[in-house]
Design a protein around this ligand. Structure first.
Ligand code: FAD
Ligand code: MLT
Ligand code: ZN
Length: 461
């Protein structure tokens, strides 16, 4: 199992020749990169667990340039790997062999913004954080937010159907993305850039490209619906003595905060230790087995604060929550959010990370962590759980001092079988990439079959 055995064989694609480079330089003057130093970072993923050997990086600025490149590569039988911010966590953003890297980094212009509807149209390579800053100036926000916002591109977000920290409030990109422009593998441009809230005329083709991880084409532009910027934001950071109490807190939270609830996230005590040890962050409350980040976003601070305080009163007096702190001003809100957003970074400092991104019925999400700890015993350096409680999405991470094939064999397919038994998903929001592609059958059942079939063997093996 795992990324190692999942590695496919190189298929009979052509290799890049000097003539190909001449063609690319004609289309993209000064934007055909062959410098090994630049290529090195584009060949390795964020986790530094998957590495390719591409010798060419292309940086188009326009849809027409993307179209010319893909038409040519298709005719020449050259393999292409689309790359956004290269923050993907499943090894899909980097070449496996010598595929040409097609970067969206220079497709970074905002094309239109409607200040009445909040509909934004931009090129696919816009960095999520830049779009958030742009929207903020117009008194709007982006409907998605994730820890990788400083690097990830909106086209990468769409291509992975990224979830993130606001999904509970604004829903998935399948609802907020209103239109796409895509270049198909043969160079044809599919303009699906409608900026309408409603359109029931036939098939909704853009949905095929949301979450398809570059397999069907390159997304070159996105139209997305931005909500108005909330007037009032509060963040509470709470401690819980058990996961059972955390679930009860979640239930009460939805009831008492209702429409102003914008996030309900959690991390366990092991995550907190890693934040303290590797990133020197400080735990603002007393030590607990579990921590919760709750965010409210509304339009009236007095109303929101009253609701939040009633809720906090209730969970403290009923002992569901053992300690907590609340932030209303921006710097402290940011500091509290770091404790959740930076877990991924802390884990990377701790060793080789085996990452699992599982959807389960919410009441079961931490059972998997507890069971995995028992199952692995001392073979793992660390087994941690965190994630999006509001979405039933657990991030289970197992850390080892170095890459450990024996440990991997103990985790996989055990973890996938666990998810399949609960009818969960083996990839809630990160996608399949290279690492999970052979395990899709634990989540997707064949038509006509009532059972979860065995995963298919990689035909390339
Ligand atoms: P890349 O990593 O460059 O690419 C991802 C995949 O999409 C690849 O298969 C690539 O080929 C394809 N692709 C990229 N751009 C295009 C395009 N224009 N057209 C076609 N295909 C394309 N993910 C979540 O869902 N929720 C989170 O909360 C979250 N938090 C994260 C926090 C950190 C610190 C990190 C490092 C990652 C996190 N991720 C999260 C994972 C990752 O950031 C997302 O998957 C993100 O959407 C990837 O965007 P990207 O631009 O970096 O894409
Ligand atoms: C998160 O929610 O922090 C991201 O999905 C990244 C991760 O899983 O580590
Ligand atoms: Zn996540």
């Amino acid at each position: 199992g795992g990324a190692e055995s999942a590695a496919p064989r190189r298929r009979p694609f052509s290799r890049v020749t000097a003539d190909d480079l001449v063609f690319f330089r004609g289309v993209l003057p000064g934007r055909v990169i062959t410098d090994p130093d630049v290529l090195e970072s584009c060949n390795v993923d964020w986790l530094k667990t998957v590495k390719g050997n591409s010798e060419v990086l292309l940086r188009p600025k326009t849809t027409d340039e993307v179209s010319q490149i893909l038409r040519y590569c298709n005719a020449r039988n050259l393999a292409v790997c689309p790359q956004g911010g290269n923050t993907g966590l499943v090894g899909g953003s980097v070449p496996v062999f010598d595929e040409i890297i097609l970067s969206t980094a220079l497709l970074n212009r905002v094309l239109a913004f409607d200040t009445i509807s909040g509909i934004l149209t931009c090129q696919a390579g816009c960095v999520l954080e830049s779009l958030s800053e742009y929207a903020d100036k117009q008194d709007f926000v982006m409907p998605l937010d994730l820890g990788a916002k400083g690097s990830c591109h909106i086209g990468g977000n769409v291509s992975t159907n990224a979830g993130g920290l606001r999904l509970l409030r604004y829903g998935s990109l399948r609802g907020t993305v209103l239109g796409l422009e895509v270049v198909l593998a043969d160079g044809r441009v599919l303009n699906l850039l409608a900026s309408l809230r409603k359109d029931n005329t036939g098939f909704d083709l853009k949905q095929l490209f949301i979450g398809s991880e570059g397999t069907l084409g390159v997304v070159t532009a996105v139209t997305i619906l931005c909500p108005r910027k909330p007037r009032s934001i509060n963040v509470a950071f709470l401690g819980c003595s058990s996961f059972q109490n955390l679930l009860k807190t979640f239930h009460m939270c939805r009831g008492m905060l209702g429409e102003i609830l914008s996030a309900f996230e959690f991390l366990d005590a092991s995550c907190m230790s890693l934040l303290e040890n590797h990133l020197k962050l400080t735990n603002p409350i007393s030590e607990s087995p579990f921590y919760i980040v709750i965010e409210t976003a509304g339009s009236n601070s007095a109303h929101d604060e009253e609701k939040l305080h009633n809720f906090l009163d209730k969970v403290m007096t009923s002992s569901l929550v053992t300690d907590g702190t609340v932030a209303t001003e921006e710097a402290k809100i940011k500091a509290l959010w770091s404790l959740r957003e930076r877990v991924t970074e802390a884990l990377r400092h701790d060793g080789y990370t085996y990452k699992y991104d599982i959807s389960l019925p919410v009441e079961k999400i931490y059972d998997l962590v507890t069971d995995m700890k028992e199952h692995l015993g001392s073979r793992a350096k660390n087994v941690v759980g965190y994630g999006h409680v509001g979405d039933g999405n657990l991030h289970l991470n197992v850390i080892s001092p170095t890459k450990d094939v024996g440990l991997l064999a103990a985790i996989e397919p055990y973890v996938y079988e666990w998810a399949a038994r609960c009818r969960g998903s083996i990839s809630a929001e990160h996608g399949l990439g290279l690492k999970k592609r052979n395990f899709i059958y634990y989540s997707k059942v064949h038509a006509g079959s009532q059972r979860h079939p065995q995963p298919l063997q990689d035909p390339a093996r």
